[in-house]
Design a protein around this ligand. Structure first.
Ligand SMILES: Cc1cc2nc3c(=O)[nH]c(=O)nc-3n(C[C@H](O)[C@H](O)[C@H](O)COP(=O)(O)OP(=O)(O)OC[C@H]3O[C@@H](n4cnc5c(N)ncnc54)[C@H](O)[C@@H]3O)c2cc1C
Length: 420
């Protein structure tokens, strides 16, 4: 089949690779001059099946209200944006019941585990180089109650094959000695030994080189204006460089997916949720954490990528604005480094590379993968805070459904029809 994939982030490029590897003629379209230039460019870089729960647990409204009053809060909301898309916010809150949250957390965890496995399989089969490390991840807690809550969350997904180990302070420091300088704050940690990290930009660029080598077409610097077709189904994509005829189209345009599918009556409950990262060069420094860190108290992640340190965090419901608010990115920089005072001192004058991206967040949590009611129109979008972790697994689920094959993972929790 000739298949157009709109969006060359980590998700769309992974889908394009899976389809190309299966012998399809693939056309990957992106408005940017290269792949992974938007949300997949400089994210937290963590492959985390152990941290895959949606962001609307029971009590989310109470937490959100408490955060809104705090300086440097992890959350920022523009009420005008909420009023523009009230149904997403209402559905986000309506999904914050114990039963729904558990169902969506399990769905995310299963896909995250599958995604990490598939990412490593591609790395090994194709020899992809993206500063990958199968290092495990440490989730840190300052408060014993929060640690106990984290333990229960981790135990809930153990039956899905996601292993964890609760560590007291001593064991945490033995696991990651770089934490020793600020150990008095710690209550303990949870280790997820099967998680890891890697640079999604390098991964996506490496996959793109394989796509070109296998004869796929990359239409970069090309905006998809609208999908083409009629009642019988989708027939292609009208782009700024002409028409791409296709037997099937996969929309993987991140937060911009809803505007592409709306013309065909396919409504996607996706909202952009902005986050920031800061990347700092590490040359000549000591006391760098080797294990990727999820800091539960500060709501930031800290990941070593070769000779760089990436710190990421914040959630802002402020529309499609990608402005770099210096106060916000400086806050994640200092929050991320506060566990490592010796390193922070060495990095005081180091240049920071700030970045912001828009997580394509669904109203319930899991992404949207697979067919739509429109013949030939498929989706690979809505990955929220987990798109790097999900990408390779999502690609296989989308390709299996497009080909009418049985999926290795039950696809129903990720299908669009769950919203009906
Ligand atoms: C601060 C931050 C930290 C994060 N940390 C992690 C992490 O540690 N681990 C993890 O798993 N995930 C993480 N994420 C989430 C992850 O980055 C996203 O889920 C993922 O990048 C989404 O990928 P995507 O391919 O769906 O979207 P994108 O990367 O945004 O790709 C969509 C592409 O579609 C293109 N496009 C859109 N409209 C059009 C059009 N009309 N025509 C042509 N092209 C179009 C865009 O140019 C873009 O390249 C983080 C996100 C943020 C913001």
């Amino acid at each position: 089949m000739r298949i157009a994939v709109v969006g060359a982030g980590v998700v769309g490029t992974s889908v394009a690779w899976e389809l190309t590897a299966r012998g399809h003629q693939t056309v990957l379209i992106d408005r940017c001059p290269d792949v992974a230039q938007e949300t997949s460019f400089a994210n937290g870089a963590q492959l985390h099946a152990g941290h895959a729960a949606p962001w609307n647990p029971p009590g989310v409204l109470r937490d959100a209200i408490a955060w809104l009053g705090q300086p440097d809060s992890p959350l920022r909301i523009n009420p005008l944006r909420v009023l523009r898309n009230p149904s997403w916010s209402l559905r986000f809150l309506a999904n914050a019941t114990s039963r729904r949250y558990r169902r969506h957390a399990d769905a995310n965890a299963a896909l995250a585990r599958y995604g990490v496995e598939r990412t490593r399989a591609w790395r090994d089969e194709l020899g992809l180089s993206f500063e990958a490390r199968d290092s495990g991840i440490l989730k840190l807690f300052d408060d014993p109650t929060a640690l106990e809550h984290g333990r229960r969350e981790a135990a809930a997904v153990e039956s899905l094959g996601i292993r964890h180990r609760v560590l007291d302070v001593e064991a945490t420091l033995a696991r990651e000695p770089a934490l020793s300088d600020a150990a008095d704050q710690l209550a303990g940690a949870i280790e997820f030994p099967d998680d890891g990290c890697g640079d999604p930009l390098q991964f996506t660029a490496a996959l793109a080189r394989h796509l070109v080598a296998e004869g796929a077409e990359l239409w970069l610097g090309t905006t998809a204006r609208r999908l083409l077709g009629g009642p019988a189904g989708v027939e292609g994509v009208e782009t700024s460089r002409g028409v791409v005829d296709a037997d099937a189209v996969v929309v993987a345009a991140g937060s911009y997916s809803p505007s592409l599918t709306r013309g065909f009556g396919v409504r996607l409950p996706i909202e952009p949720v902005k986050g920031y990262s800061v990347t700092i060069p590490l040359q000549g420094t000591t006391g760098v954490p080797e294990t990727p860190i999820i800091d539960d108290a500060r709501k930031v992640v800290v990941t070593r990528l070769g000779d760089r340190l990436r710190i990421a965090g914040k959630a802002e419901i402020t529309g499609f604005d990608l402005g770099l608010d210096e106060r916000r990115w400086q806050a994640i920089r200092s929050q991320g480094l506060s566990r490592f005072p010796r390193l922070a001192e060495q990095l005081a004058q180091a240049p920071s590379e700030p970045w912001a991206g828009l997580r394509p967040m669904t109203c319930d949590g899991p992404p949207i993968l697979g067919p739509t009611p429109v013949a030939g129109l498929h989706l690979a979008t809505g990955a929220g805070h987990l798109g790097w972790t999900f990408a390779a697994g999502s690609a296989r689920l989308v390709a299996d459904q497009l080909e009418g094959r049985t999926c290795e993972l039950d696809p129903t929790p990720y299908q669009l029809q769950r919203y009906r």
